[in-house]
Design a binder for this molecule. Structure first.
Ligand SMILES: NC(=O)c1ccc[n+]([C@@H]2O[C@H](COP(=O)([O-])OP(=O)(O)OC[C@H]3O[C@@H](n4cnc5c(N)ncnc54)[C@H](O)[C@@H]3O)[C@@H](O)[C@H]2O)c1
Length: 388
């Protein structure tokens, strides 16, 4: 149970690149990081527009001298201070991730990086190498992984409650991009521009979340090969706005991921069903406090967060007890608390004894997108996963 008491000695001096006023994702980073008193927001290069970034930083009570015009100035100036930032979150459009994250690691900072981590497996492996070389922590922002029922699912699967896993059926398919919403909206336009979004739209934007959830819940299952059918339904889009991927795993299981922005009428549409040889679980991100658990031949059950019967690991992240709804902000806070604990352990030279969305998870997300694009561009041919 999280009570909000301190779990590291001193708050981590933390900064942000991006996440400025009007951005979609900046607020939840701040809310999540600041909720458990593990971080102090002391610096930022919040915006591509230096003046707007400075004004915004001041409104967040950041010392105006530490609201920088760009990330290069921020990393250089902060490095000169005894009380300079120790960690940075990067919440900028995709095409900037690789360069900013690499610069942050090389400046000696721990990094919390938005997904998709970068454009190519080569860049992703380079970031992984840079993490190794610098000895810093990198989290990739797979924000749904902090829900208690994801931890519950992970522990149920590890405990054999479902039996051997046969089918992983996942979707993140909403309808928000069923028309050209990018026309006239800068914050939408970069997402469908290959130079700024990368080799994919929907698969990078929403599909990568599912790739990580599958890894988090079933860490021992590795993709062997995949095939992908992708479409750009909305006229003028160069990148796909819908994709269906089938994956075969090394344990004989089969997986399916539907990534879409054109699922008209669906507000969010992130859900999954995992089928084992004796039971299945199902979860819906719009009802994250619950996990369906259906054992063949028995009455179906719905497990609830915060109860006595869920596994201890899931209980550990509970904040208010059963019944009171928790949601995405708590999930993110759980991840930021792990980020703080990981930094603390890293700086003390202690082993990190818990799972988190690390740089390798980022590599796997980038690789999945790359392989899906390869298959989709090749008449949906099966693409081997080992060769990368
Ligand atoms: N983890 C999630 O669930 C989730 C959800 C939404 C978006 N995202 C990711 O977060 C990132 C940002 O998405 P968004 O929706 O907030 O985008 P956005 O376009 O709404 O906001 C981007 C922000 O970054 C700033 N910015 C751009 N370039 C910058 C630079 N070089 N230096 C400093 N600031 C810069 C902009 O001024 C703006 O404030 C993307 O990579 C996106 O894929 C993740």
């Amino acid at each position: 149970m999280i009570y909000g008491e301190k779990n590291i000695e001193n708050p981590i001096r933390w900064g942000m690149v991006g996440g400025g006023i009007g951005s979609q994702i900046g607020y939840i980073h701040r809310s999540a990081a600041l909720r458990d008193f593990n971080f102090d927001l002391v610096a930022g290069a919040f915006d591509i527009d230096p003046e707007r970034g400075k004004a915004f930083g001041k409104n967040l009570h950041v010392d105006p001298e530490r609201c920088y015009p760009d990330y290069q100035t921020m990393f250089a100036e902060e490095a000169k201070r005894e009380d300079g930032v120790q960690a940075v979150s990067i919440a900028t459009p995709n095409f900037t991730h690789y360069t900013i994250a690499k610069a942050a690691l090389e400046a000696g900072l721990h990094v919390y990086l938005e997904k998709p981590m970068c454009f190519t497996t080569e860049e992703a492996l380079d970031l992984e190498e840079t993490v190794k070389k610098t000895g810093k922590i990198m989290f990739v922002s797979y924000g749904y992984a902090g829900h208690q029922m994801i931890e519950q699912a992970r522990e149920m699967i590890a405990n054999g409650d479902l039996g051997k896993i046969r089918i992983v059926n996942m979707q993140f398919a909403h309808g928000g991009n069923n028309v050209a919403v990018e026309k006239g909206a800068a914050s939408q336009a970069w997402r469908v521009d290959p130079k700024k979004a990368g080799p994919a739209f929907s698969m990078g934007d929403v599909g990568t979340h599912l790739v990580y959830l599958a890894e988090a819940m079933m860490p021992d299952m590795k993709i062997k090969r995949l095939m992908c059918s992708k479409q750009s339904f909305v006229e003028g889009r160069q990148l796909e706005d819908n994709a269906m991927t089938i994956m075969e795993y090394d344990n004989g299981a089969v997986g399916y991921i539907w990534s879409s922005g054109v699922n008209a009428g669906e507000l969010f549409g992130e859900r999954f069903r995992i089928v084992g040889e004796k039971a299945s679980i199902a979860w819906d991100a719009e009802h994250p406090n619950f996990l369906s658990y259906e054992v063949q031949g028995e009455a179906p059950r719905v497990l609830a967060r915060g109860t006595g019967y869920i596994y201890d690991g899931a209980k550990a992240d509970d904040r208010i007890g059963a019944g009171h709804p928790e949601g995405l902000f708590e999930s993110w806070s759980n991840l930021y608390t792990k980020f703080a604990k990981a930094i603390d352990k890293c700086e003390k030279g202690e082993e990190i004894d818990f799972w988190y969305p690390d740089v390798h998870a980022g590599v796997l997300g980038v690789k999945w997108v790359e392989k899906c694009v390869e298959s989709g561009n090749n008449d949906s041919a099966w693409v081997s996963y080992e060769e990368a």
